[in-house]
Design a binder for this molecule. Structure first.
Ligand SMILES: NC(=O)N[C@@H](CC(=O)O)C(=O)O
Ligand SMILES: [Zn+2]
Ligand SMILES: [Zn+2]
Length: 439
């Protein structure tokens, strides 16, 4: 079997077309367009396609162990590859919770054996996500899974002393605490964004201040202990202001926004369709504008999917009873193109930064022989995604690779299509379809 693949005429991060030669897992050569030729090489016609470094998601829910009816590590990572990803961070809110070296090693191993993307487990901050007792962060960091990102995502680490201890503890191994910023007392019974729409349709509101109060507290705590803080799925204009302020002050804080918060607003709740029920909730048009501006100016470091698959039983019910969350792996790149590239706010090099280099850096997976988020340069790992920016498609939840169908983009026309994905030179997606792994 050939280990050489030529991506003919690809445009690295949107630049001039070249031939990218992938050999033995690395980018072996970058040659003038049409000049690469190797006996027995597989040639992919990449004319007109943009080549980006393989995408890295800092925030994915794979549901295994425990809720394999919604997603498995295999189905979720296959969806990730289809979306152009070569690495994902798997959130800890599984059953059992990923709060021990044993569970994170299990997730890491199943991910490796599935072979679609590199799976980096996130470790829980507290035992059982119960917010009281610190989990064995050191043992998870030292395990085969080499955990560097810790989060109780789904729940907020609301106890300030627990948050302080976690921030202090992760310094020992250059880890980061990724906070789901939600003041629990201000969001009891909350169903959607608190505002004009919630008042009109009579659903209990989740006020912006519940997110902002925790972010304000946490950036001050991170500054106090000199540690690294990451803010998950930031969603309000006020949160952008706070992170901008903290960065200016020199606090070591990074922040993510989801594709759905870049595109959708709380108006979508008017029909009580629980597809649009998510935590944090969809906000207002002013918030959408603020997160786009924050992403464009670097206040928000990355886009992370918060891919949150749920079964039909958990979503096809009345709004109040439905689970929070929406899928996102297979639409993320298209939504970023629609909201940031096609609007002229970012170029493809910026996309490579917010969807690959920066998340890899935050997760500390940007070095070593399995390095992710590296530039498309000779000698770097051949993690590459080919995108057709001129293509458009109407999203159809049923035909996606994820095991769940709760996409909020169903029926929407989105630009861009992932044509191929390569993980260390091996095609995981070709002609837009996942390539089944053969052992
Ligand atoms: N985003 C969501 O609405 N749900 C997530 C949890 C989370 O990210 O907070 C889930 O696990 O379903
Ligand atoms: Zn969350
Ligand atoms: Zn999440």
């Amino acid at each position: 079997m050939s280990t050489t693949t030529i991506l003919r005429g690809a445009r690295p991060t949107g630049g001039d077309p070249v031939d990218l030669v992938l050999r033995d897992g690395v980018i072996a050569e970058i040659l003038d367009e049409g000049t690469a030729s190797h006996e027995g090489a597989a040639v992919v016609d990449a004319t007109g396609l943009v080549a980006l470094p393989g995408l890295v998601d800092l925030h994915t829910h794979l549901r295994e162990p425990g809720r394999e009816d919604a997603e498995t590590i295999a189905s979720g990572t296959r969806a990730a590859a289809a979306g152009g990803f070569t690495a994902v961070h798997a959130m800890a809110n599984t059953t059992p919770v990923a709060d021990t070296a044993g569970v994170v090693e299990q997730v890491w191993r199943i991910g490796r054996d599935a072979g679609w993307v590199d799976v980096h487990p996130v470790g829980a901050v507290s035992v059982g996500l119960d917010g009281t007792q610190l989990a064995e962060l050191g043992a998870m960091a030292d395990s085969a899974a080499r955990v560097r990102v810790f989060s109780d995502d789904g729940k907020c680490v609301h106890d300030p002393i627990l948050m302080r201890r976690a921030l202090e503890y992760v310094k020992a191994f250059d880890g980061v605490v990724a906070q789901h910023a939600q003041e629990p007392r201000l969001t009891e019974g909350a169903q959607m964004n608190e505002g004009v729409v919630s008042a009109e349709i009579g659903l209990t509101g989740w006020p912006a201040v519940a997110e902002e109060a925790i972010i304000a507290r946490d950036v001050l705590l991170a500054e106090h202990v000199g540690s690294r803080l990451h803010v998950c799925h930031l969603s309000t204009a006020g949160s952008v202001d706070l992170v901008r302020w903290a960065k200016k002050r020199g606090v070591d804080v990074t922040a993510e926004v989801t594709p759905h918060h870049l595109l959708l607003t709380d108006d979508l709740a008017r029909d009580y369709d629980p597809t649009f029920k998510v935590n944090p909730p969809l906000r207002t048009a002013e918030d959408v504008e603020a997160v786009r501006a924050g992403l464009a100016d670097g206040t928000i470091d990355i886009v992370a999917t918060d891919h949150a698959p749920h079964t039909r039983e958990d979503k096809d019910c009345e709004w109040a009873a439905a689970a929070f969350g929406m899928t996102g792996l297979e639409t993320a790149l298209s939504v970023v193109q629609a909201t940031m590239v096609d609007t002229g706010r970012m170029n493809w090099a910026d996309v490579a930064r917010v969807l690959s280099a920066a998340p890899a850096r935050i997760g500390r997976i940007d070095s070593g022989d399995r390095a992710q988020g590296r530039p498309l340069a000779v000698g770097e790992p051949a993690n590459v995604v080919l995108v057709d920016p001129a293509a458009t498609r109407v999203v159809d939840g049923a035909e996606q690779a994820t095991a769940s169908t709760n996409t909020p983009f169903r029926g929407r026309e989105l630009p861009g299509r992932v044509v191929a994905t390569f993980l260390r030179g091996r095609a995981t997606v070709l002609d837009g379809s996942p390539v089944e792994v053969t052992a």
